[in-house]
Design a protein around this ligand. Structure first.
Ligand code: HEC
Ligand code: HEC
Ligand code: HEC
Ligand code: HEC
Length: 394
């Protein structure tokens, strides 16, 4: 791994641990992302955490647990057993020191640990895991004494809770974009009966007397940060941004020297197109495409290679965006992002053959990927940027 990446990873690891400490977190299930700097590093970090790093199936070569398999917490007098399992498809070869440990079958471990927790007197058992939804269902179908599985696999598209036998499966939403809260109430049969119908419909009754209600709270940018955690995040972002600038000065030139698609063609930028296509230009100005770079600046992410690609013009394209330190005219998603370079089209006074004409919206999907644009729907999005007549070939 590149030294900058390692340094950035360490800054983030500390930030996550310190902020979880402040939030009063009880347990964390170790997943692939947590292991990216290696097991030894993670175990060292565990010392600064006020919560337990859990894993029931990450073992060393002698079948001993590397992390704590489970904990029991007393919450309002109820004994809650919590255990963690990691997806056994974890790519060990990619992890520093990955040859020193193994990830064993989660199903067998789920059986073993849940039975043990029951024996130890747990009233309520929670499994934290990055296993995918199909696997979580399989665990549910086995009828183990697990009351709740909280999944975090990126592949899970559902965030709504489901009930499999007596096991309730819920998910955190992807990309840390919302906070989930699951209310678990021990109401008793009469208490459940007495609930308003609307509430009963939204929630779920498990067994005789348990009532569960799941909520997601989207984390909007406009939402105020926790003052202390907010300033911790800000500090780390500033450090990361500096780190990226240093790296940029050292090595950054993206595709700048590649030949243009059509010899002699290159980018002329939106203002030039405006001269002959004023209505298109005015419409574009009203879309957030015209402000896409500013969105990164607001978050101090404009030096971040992971972010820049979709927020500028011609990333990795011949003649496109080259210098992360100096965005210049390449800021934002412009006309030529979609229509290709326009110099020859303009030079030929609007010769149609010289510009890419678009009909469908396949190209939108280059940037509007699931992870970044989860609500993308071609028709509505299309009409928002291209107007109501979009797609109806004139
Ligand atoms: C080069 C990457 C890229 C391409 C290609 C792209 N977009 Fe976008 N789009 C973005 C980015 C980045 C934003 C967010 C801008 C911001 O707010 O910072 C965005 C925002 C939008 C929004 C605004 C969403 C909202 O509700 O505010 C719509 C609508 C949209 N794009 C539609 C499209 C359509 C339709 C296409 C294809 C014809 C397309 N985009 C192609 C990158 C792209
Ligand atoms: C694969 C392309 C892609 C990458 C990479 C990308 N974005 Fe975006 N970004 C988008 C698209 C598309 C949208 C519009 C989403 C929508 O409204 O549907 C968007 C929207 C945004 C917005 C405005 C909407 C909002 O959530 O307020 C911000 C801010 C943003 N991105 C920041 C980032 C940051 C920070 C990174 C790097 C960590 C990043 N983006 C990386 C494509 C991308
Ligand atoms: C997000 C991608 C995107 C951006 C940005 C964009 N366009 Fe388009 N443009 C399209 C698509 C898709 C169509 C075809 C659908 C339609 O007719 O609106 C189109 C259609 C057009 C047409 C009409 C072509 C025809 O078939 O009649 C013109 C002219 C045009 N765009 C110019 C511009 C100009 C000028 C800008 C910048 C000010 C711009 N576009 C920005 C995607 C884009
Ligand atoms: C010197 C004037 C001029 C400039 C500058 C100009 N265009 Fe055009 N463009 C035209 C004319 C004229 C047409 C053909 C008539 C029409 O469809 O409006 C045209 C057509 C188009 C079409 C539709 C092609 C088709 O077959 O329907 C697109 C897309 C387009 N221009 C995009 C752009 C983009 C993007 C820019 C900026 C890079 C740009 N134009 C700059 C004059 C210009």
């Amino acid at each position: 791994m590149k030294p900058e990446k390692v340094l950035a990873g360490k800054l983030l690891a500390d930030l996550i641990i310190q902020s979880y400490n402040k939030m009063g977190c009880d347990a964390l299930n170790v997943g692939a992302y947590d292991l990216s700097l290696g097991v030894d590093y993670l175990r060292k970090k565990e010392k600064s955490a006020k919560f337990t790093f859990l894993s029931g199936n990450i073992l060393d070569k002698h079948d001993r647990n590397i992390f704590t398999p489970s904990v029991i917490k007393i919450v309002n007098g109820v004994k809650v057993g919590i255990f963690g399992l990691c997806d056994d498809k974890l790519k060990l070869a990619k992890i520093p020191g990955g040859n020193k440990f193994k990830v064993v079958n989660p199903l067998a471990k789920a059986e073993e640990i849940s039975a043990r927790l029951k024996k130890e007197g747990a009233d309520y058992i929670v499994l934290l895991t990055n296993l995918n939804i199909r696997y979580c269902r399989r665990i549910g179908q086995r009828g183990m004494p697990i009351d709740l599985i909280v999944g975090s696999s990126k592949k899970n598209r559902i965030s709504l809770p489901i009930l499999v036998q007596e096991t309730y499966i819920a998910h955190v939403e992807r990309g840390g974009k919302s906070v989930g809260r699951l209310d678990v109430s021990f109401l008793g049969p009469a208490g459940v009966e007495a609930l308003p119908a609307a509430l009963r419909y939204k929630g779920k009754t498990v067994g005789e007397n348990l009532f569960l209600l799941n909520h997601f709270f989207p984390l909007k940018i406009a939402m105020a940060d926790h003052p202390e955690i907010g300033s911790m995040v800000k500090k780390v972002e500033t450090k990361l941004s500096r780190l990226q600038q240093v790296k940029a000065t050292k090595s950054m030139t993206i595709a700048g020297s590649r030949p243009a698609i059509r010899p002699g063609d290159s980018y002329v930028f939106a203002k030039t197109c405006a001269k002959c296509h004023p209505e298109r230009y005015q419409r574009w100005l009203k879309t957030s495409h015209a402000r896409a770079y500013q969105s990164l600046v607001k978050q101090e992410k404009h030096f971040d290679e992971e972010c820049i690609a979709c927020h500028v013009l011609g990333f990795e394209q011949p003649g496109g965006f080259t210098d992360i330190r100096q965005v210049g005219n390449y800021a934002n998603v412009q006309c030529e992002t979609c229509h290709g370079p326009g110099r020859l089209h303009v030079a030929a006074k609007g010769e149609e053959k010289m510009i890419k004409v678009l009909a469908g919206g396949e190209m939108c999907l280059v940037c509007h990927i699931d992870e970044r644009s989860p609500e993308f729907d071609l028709e509505t999005y299309f009409h928002k940027v291209c107007g109501p007549a979009a797609g109806k070939k004139k």
